[in-house]
Write a protein that binds this ligand. Structure first.
Ligand SMILES: [Zn+2]
Length: 120
C-alpha cells in the first residue's frame, strides 16, 4: 500500500505535470516563490510535511485526489486499519475513477480492482 504523499505524486504524474507546474497553479499564505512552493509540494509528496485541512484545501485546487482515499492511506500509515481501496501506483486513480494518464491497460494496482469495467 502507498502513502498519502505517494498517492498525490502518482496523481500528479498521471496528469503529466511537474512540481513546478503544480507550484505555478496554487498560491499560499504566507506568499512563497514558485521555487519555494515546488519544494513544499515535494516535501508533501515525500510525506515530510503533514497534510492538515488547510494544506488539503490548497492541494485540492491542483491534485484531483479523493479525500476518502487520503484519509484511508493516512489511517493505514498510522497503523489504525488496512487501506483496501485499489489504487494505480502510476496514475493514482482508484477503481472508482477513470484513468487520467491514458495508460489504463497498464495500470499497476495496489490490490485487484473491484469495480466492473476496471482493468487489472
Ligand atoms: Zn494508472
Amino acid at each position: 500500500m502507498i502513502t498519502p504523499g505517494a498517492y498525490l505524486k502518482a496523481l500528479r504524474r498521471g496528469a503529466r505535470l511537474s512540481l513546478n507546474d503544480m507550484a505555478a497553479r496554487i498560491d499560499t499564505v504566507p506568499h512563497l516563490t514558485d521555487f519555494e512552493r515546488a519544494g513544499w509540494l515535494e516535501r508533501i509528496e515525500a510525506d515530510i510535511v503533514p497534510m492538515d485541512l488547510s494544506t488539503l484545501a490548497v492541494l485540492s485546487r491542483v491534485y484531483p485526489f479523493d479525500i476518502a482515499v487520503i484519509f484511508e492511506l493516512e489511517r493505514h500509515r498510522s497503523g489504525i486499519e488496512e487501506a483496501t481501496t485499489p489504487l494505480c501506483i502510476l496514475c493514482g486513480k482508484t477503481d472508482r475513477t477513470k484513468c487520467t494518464a491514458g495508460h489504463e491497460a497498464a495500470c499497476r494496482w495496489t490490490a485487484p480492482p473491484k469495480s466492473a469495467g476496471a482493468t487489472a
